[in-house]
Design a protein around this ligand. Sequence first.
Ligand SMILES: C[S@@+](CC[C@H](N)C(=O)[O-])C[C@H]1O[C@@H](n2cnc3c(N)ncnc32)[C@H](O)[C@@H]1O
Length: 220
Amino acid sequence: MTATPHLFHSLLLPITPYATAKLRDKPHFPAYGGTTVSETRTALSPIACAYRAQDDYHATLKALNSRGRFPRKSLGQHYMLNPEINEELSRAAHVKEGDVVLEIGPGTGSLTNVLLNSGATVLAIEKDPHMVALVRERFASTEHFKVLQEDFVKCHIRSHMLPLLENRKSLDASSMHAKVVASIPFNISTDVVKQLLPMGDIFSEVVLLLQVNIHNVLLY
Ligand SMILES: C[S@@+](CC[C@H](N)C(=O)[O-])C[C@H]1O[C@@H](n2cnc3c(N)ncnc32)[C@H](O)[C@@H]1O
């Protein structure tokens, strides 16, 4: 079966309020500087605000500074400072409990955090070894996260995804497919799309945040 992946950019769904009750039941992942989400939540109310605040401008800067890192243009390191967009990306792919999600370039892990909180298992491919170390440490407490230090353009994504999906053969047909949700490095956008297009047998949903001009080039 071959399905054409869907690419979203400006077609993201309208922003809706957070499902705070759902978040309360989700596992808590360590945030930067040793603070845990649960600790942040007790200090702040409502819960949704604490959750949002975790990956804002200051948290991202703190995470990068903690490792002496600065965004590198050569790696397309533009970090998401608006947590609502990450929520939108996850929602556009209908990410739910039990899904297997491929993320390309997790960076500081802001989108990863949203995907894990939705109950997904996330396989992330990150080229920068410093960011690999950062997210590996951040999500060390969960078995639902794995990061590989690889160049996505060169990696054999099929061989990474198939074992994850094999484990789910006993489940219903919809769980035989994985999803891609990523805010991708702009400099490899075309290569990423070319690599994903023939993989409709593996991915049921592909939601990528693309630069506007690249989106146009791909459409016309
Ligand atoms: C646009 S940032 C997105 C970071 C994060 N998802 C966010 O929204 O804040 C792109 C990320 O992809 C990584 N990256 C760049 N080139 C890559 C490649 N060829 N393969 C895998 N990851 C790459 C960068 O190091 C960076 O972490």
